[in-house]
Design a protein around this ligand. Structure first.
Ligand code: AMP
Ligand code: MG
Length: 436
């Protein structure tokens, strides 16, 4: 079949990001049990089904009183009240407080009828009495104002109130709020199912015997965990050989398995992109670009029968960095996130860096020293050297057009691991300090 293969375009990382993000949209919403919503994005506002707290209750361990009874109380002139009962959290007190009486209450206990304030144990003779049983009488040492130490019904949240807006990322606090307001399920955006496909005749899986001319498939594994890390469901499709038939078969398998996104690695650089290009042209619309960035460069993006496809470079570090740069924000957008940037710190360089003028993601080690983030190279920067990536905790960004970064300059570092690894200094702090 005769195919027209256009030259790949040279574009900036910003242009590439804009285009890939335009090519995906938030996935439809689904109702899920509370704990499954963790880390996901609300697809509709959440309205409280109940008041929090549902009833007026004591904010302290103390005595429920009538404020006017104890208005004159002091240590020298205590007010003595008859204790007519006690009340714990979870039970409605049967006794009502009348003038001259008090009910001993625990934190969270419903406020007894008739009372309008709580005097904490510390302002009574409770400590002197030992506090192990309900006394017949209590001496009050301090006055209480109306509703002192009382949490009113609906004080935190009123029934019917919008407690969470659509677009909120659900963390532990939000899960608690949902539970506290009577929800058992919640509407969130669906997790993207992401097909992961390594391509290349040279690839063998880690488990098999190594053969002459062959290497291990690293990308299929690192991309799998990155997809999970950023909230997707990985659908591994294994390895496609550099033939049109094999690639086509794997893509069809992905389509049959209902994936929302294809992630492929390799086969997009000049040497072998004819095969990939041929298949992708007949299955959908794909553009091939040379992105002006390091590591990275070759990148493909488009749709296969309507399903977006991101074609990452084959070199293992390029593949991971390109995924962080383009795949991660796509995945986040599909899940309804609107904040898509990587967490970044401003650090100070402990050594100089040369650059080709392309946007560069330098594998660095960031160490916190006297409140400053100190940045140094994690090792050799070849785009296949995973060992350096494994020794790095950040990617220092050298912007396009910058040829040199001096010692002591302030730089942006996208954190790969954040923040425990920096604070705890497990990234070889000692070595960094010795040479600083
Ligand atoms: P390509 O983009 O196909 O030219 O591949 C670029 C380089 O990455 C070549 O050295 C490939 O052997 C290597 N490579 C491709 N795919 C993988 C993979 N899944 N794991 C490790 N290395 C790979
Ligand atoms: Mg190849």
């Amino acid at each position: 079949m005769e195919k027209h293969i256009p030259e790949s375009k040279l574009i900036s990382a910003d242009e590439a990001l804009k285009t890939v993000l335009q090519g995906v949209k938030p996935l439809p919403a689904q109702q899920v049990p509370l704990v499954e919503a963790f880390g996901r994005v609300l697809a509709e506002p959440v309205v409280a089904k109940e008041d929090i707290p549902p009833f007026a209750n004591s904010a302290m361990d103390g005595y429920a009183v009538r404020a006017e009874d104890v208005a004159s109380a002091s240590r020298d002139h205590p007010v003595h009240l008859r204790v007519i009962g006690s009340s714990a959290a979870g039970y409605v007190p049967s006794t009502a407080v009348v003038s001259g009486t008090a009910v001993r209450v625990m934190t969270g206990a419903p406020l007894p009828r008739g009372s309008d304030a709580v005097v904490r144990f510390e302002n009574t003779d409770e400590p002197e009495q030992g506090g192990d049983r309900t006394p017949d009488e209590v001496a009050i040492y301090a006055p209480a104002k109306l509703w002192d130490n009382v949490r009113q019904a609906g004080e935190d949240v009123k029934k019917g109130q919008v407690v969470l807006e659509a677009g909120t990322v659900v963390r532990a606090g939000e899960i608690g709020l949902l539970a506290a307001t009577g929800h058992t399920t919640v509407l969130v955006h669906r997790k993207p199912r992401v097909a992961i496909l390594s391509t290349g005749d040279e690839l063998l899986p880690p488990g098999s015997a190594l053969e002459p001319g062959k290497i291990r498939d690293a990308n299929g594994y690192s991309l799998y965990v990155l997809v999970e890390k950023y909230g997707g469901v990985p659908v591994p499709l294994g390895i496609a050989r550099d033939t049109e038939e094999d690639l086509r078969a794997k893509l069809h398998e992905g389509l049959e398995r209902g994936v929302d996104l294809f992630l492929t690695s390799a086969g997009v650089s000049k040497g072998d992109y004819d095969v990939v290009k041929g298949v992708l042209d007949s299955e959908g619309q794909i553009s091939f670009w040379m992105v002006r960035m390091k590591p990275g460069q070759p990148l493909a993006f488009g749709h296969v029968q309507g399903v977006p496809l991101l074609g990452l470079p084959g070199n293992p570090v390029s593949s991971i960095v390109s995924f962080e740069e383009f795949g991660r924000p796509m995945l986040l957008k599909m899940q309804g996130h609107t904040y898509l940037r990587k967490p970044t710190v401003r650090g100070v360089t402990a050594e100089a860096f040369k650059n080709s003028g392309r946007r560069n993601h330098v594998r660095v080690r960031v160490v916190k020293k006297e409140g400053c983030y100190v940045v140094r190279r994690a090792g050799p920067q070849g785009s296949g050297i995973l060992l350096t990536l494994s020794r790095a905790n950040g990617l220092m960004i050298i912007p396009e057009g910058v040829y040199r970064v001096e010692v002591g300059e302030m730089v942006d570092v996208q954190m790969l691991d954040w923040p425990e690894i920096v604070e705890s200094g497990v990234m070889d702090v000692q070595k960094a300090q010795e040479s600083t």
